[in-house]
Design a protein around this ligand. Structure first.
Ligand SMILES: Cc1ncc(COP(=O)(O)O)c(C=O)c1O
Length: 236
């Protein structure tokens, strides 16, 4: 299963799945490409609700690694072509001789090892303040969408914000509208996602400035005038 979901930004209740895996002596396989580097263990001193250290959803939800295989790619938070598995030793020994992709693929590029080492250093020195900044900017966008009555599945506050369209056939025009107004986002078109989930996906990064967030909010305000977006559910 996914850790932090690549479209909704929401996360499963890992503890519940971990308990089931334990009960049935099964292995829980979690791909946390989107959580690793962004969310981590909770701390009384955490500068934001993402927690500290960016050491993944397992640590964020304080779930043990027993009965678990955790995989994370570093192509998101660390911008590097590299991935790792954290897994029971016995399984690791088996995979080293049984897994064809491990046996036959080339190693990660040396340049990627270098960017990962540099990224880990940034994480150690100022990761928590960078994450707090990403959290604050994400919250600004989520607040603005709420004010604009625009629906997003994001309930976690993590920095992936999908905005579904009411009419999936408008995806090309909506993407073009955003691009022409200086906003480049990922388009999720049918059949990549079901028709009612077709939309655009914004990924907030530490490199985005507050001015860019202002600009994005302005462009979404205009988008709402031009296209039919899904409305936020009425809350009490
Ligand atoms: C959960 C998950 N794992 C892996 C990947 C792919 O990562 P990579 O391109 O580094 O292989 C993605 C892509 O976004 C993803 O959402």
């Amino acid at each position: 299963m996914d850790g932090v979901n690549s479209m909704t930004a929401n996360a499963p209740d890992l503890a519940a799945f971990s308990r089931i895996a334990h009960e049935y002596e099964a292995l829980l396989y979690v791909d946390d490409a989107h959580g690793f580097g962004t969310i981590g263990e909770r701390s009384p001193h955490e500068p934001c609700p993402y927690g500290v250290k960016g050491n993944s959803l397992f640590r964020h939800q304080n779930v043990p690694y027993d009965n678990a295989v955790m995989v994370a790619g570093l192509s998101k938070a660390y911008s590097s072509l590299l991935a790792f598995l954290a897994l029971p030793t016995q399984l690791k020994e088996a995979l080293k001789v049984l897994a064809p992709p491990y046996l036959y693929s080339g190693p990660s590029p040396v340049a990627s090892l270098a960017t990962t080492l540099a990224g880990l250093e940034v994480n150690r020195k100022r990761g928590d303040s960078v994450r707090a900044d990403v959290w604050r900017k994400t919250a600004r966008i989520l607040d603005a969408l709420r004010d604009l009555d625009i629906r997003t599945p994001n309930e976690s506050g993590f920095p992936i914000i999908e905005i579904p369209l009411a009419n999936h056939e408008e995806i090309d025009r909506a993407g073009l509208f955003l691009f022409e107004h200086g906003v480049y986002v990922t388009l999720a078109a049918f059949p990549l996602v079901p028709k009612n989930e077709v939309g655009v996906r914004v990924q907030v990064t530490a490199a985005n400035t507050d001015e860019e967030v202002d600009h994005l909010i302005g462009v979404f305000t205009a988008l709402r005038e031009q296209f039919t977006l899904q409305q936020a559910p009425v809350t009490a």
